[in-house]
Design a protein around this ligand. Structure first.
Ligand code: DAH
Length: 360
């Protein structure tokens, strides 16, 4: 059949010259597509004599195969070339120096919470949590603060809204972390050793008060717990937290509805030159309230006061953060001022622990 050599030459050259996959596809359609030149030639076989057909048919088929395999080869070559081009342009210089890390810092409240947790964890205390929107019963009654008690007024409580006609006492934004004592007792029973750090709320605002602040509660209950255990635990804590060996604590008789007896704890300090030094000097600094858990509180927590006793304490996290890190105004803790955060914040990879040093 005439022209097959020309056809071969034309398409083999065309395939070789195709510069991308689109051009190659054009050639494929022209040559071996359904309406391509080879297909037309195939159709012509119908008008041939059987002898001619026997001669030309295999030649045509062979040509079709040849063009198809040229197309396939070229296609692979083009996609290799495309990959090579990508590899050439999309590269990364792994020898470049690293970019500086984002310079966010750990907030002093988070830092101090971690420090406190590390110290008490070392003494066998677990961490317990409770809700910030708390029932009136957990926040007050169960802690031996009945409805008429003046402590309710003193705490400047935020009350949640109740629907018109709903006579139940409203929930409150918890005014202290002490309700977590009750929740821990009800949940796990005795013995207990927990600390409960978290947010608390009171309607108050000045240099040392903000409507939201942080406390940590401590609770230890067992069959032979005394004030002496409380004193030792608190001394250990203060020594570790302020990172000084000689600390002196003073237990001052006090009153809390949920403890009997109750004591406020002061630490010896000096304010010479306006700077706080713990463990020396003639001043005393109040840092927490504590005492032996009141039998009624144990009872409310479902624990038999004839079998178990315990101590409890409550401390302001913000306050001890201000003292340790010389931060003068509590309100700045919550202003989100980047300059303040950079100045008082902590490096994000320095996790406080007792062995590496709490505050490095
Ligand atoms: N809940 C008290 C407050 O917010 C602090 C406190 C005092 C907690 C004595 C205690 C405690 O567990 O024993 O002022």
């Amino acid at each position: 059949m005439d022209g097959l050599d020309a056809l071969r030459a034309k398409y083999i050259a065309g395939v070789a010259a195709a510069s991308d996959e689109a051009a190659l596809e054009d050639i494929r359609l022209q040559a071996v597509g359904k309406k391509g030149e080879i297909a037309l030639k195939m159709r012509e076989l119908g008008q041939m004599s059987p002898e001619e057909r026997q001669a030309v048919g295999p030649v045509l088929n062979a040509l079709k195969d040849e063009i198809n395999s040229a197309l396939a080869g070229k296609k692979a070559a083009l996609s290799d070339a495309a990959l090579n081009e990508r590899l050439r342009t999309e590269w990364l210089d792994v020898t470049l120096p690293g970019r500086p890390r984002p310079n966010g810092t750990i907030h002093p409240i988070s830092q101090v919470t971690e420090e406190v947790t590390a110290i008490f964890a070392d003494m066998g205390f677990a961490v317990a949590e409770g809700p910030q929107i708390e029932s009136d019963w957990h926040n007050f009654d169960a802690l031996n603060i009945p409805g008429h008690h003046p402590a309710r007024g003193e705490m400047d409580t935020f009350y949640m809204h109740r629907a018109e006609g709903d006579e139940r006492p409203p929930h409150v934004l918890r005014t202290h972390t002490s309700p977590v004592q009750i929740r821990s007792m009800l949940k796990q029973g005795a013995p207990i050793r927990v600390i409960c750090p978290g947010r608390v709320y009171r309607a108050d605002y000045d240099q040392t008060h903000t409507p939201m602040f942080h406390q940590v509660e401590g609770l230890a209950i067992d069959t032979d717990i005394s004030m002496a255990n409380l004193k030792w635990v608190l001394e250990e804590f203060v020594r570790a937290y302020f990172e000084v060996d000689n600390v002196e604590l003073r237990f001052r008789a006090s009153h809390f509805p949920f403890t009997e007896p109750s004591a406020e704890v002061d630490i010896r300090c000096s304010w010479a030159g306006g700077q706080l030094k713990v463990g020396e000097g003639d001043d005393w600094l109040e840092i927490l309230g504590s005492g032996m858990v009141h039998p009624k509180v144990l009872q409310a927590g479902g624990i038999d006061p004839n079998k178990y006793q315990g101590f409890a304490f409550g401390m302001g996290i913000d306050r001890i953060a201000m003292l340790k890190y010389g931060i003068p105004d509590l309100r700045a803790f919550f202003d989100s001022d980047l300059r303040w955060l950079r100045n008082y914040g902590f490096a994000s990879l320095d996790q406080p622990n007792l062995h590496g040093g709490l505050s490095r």
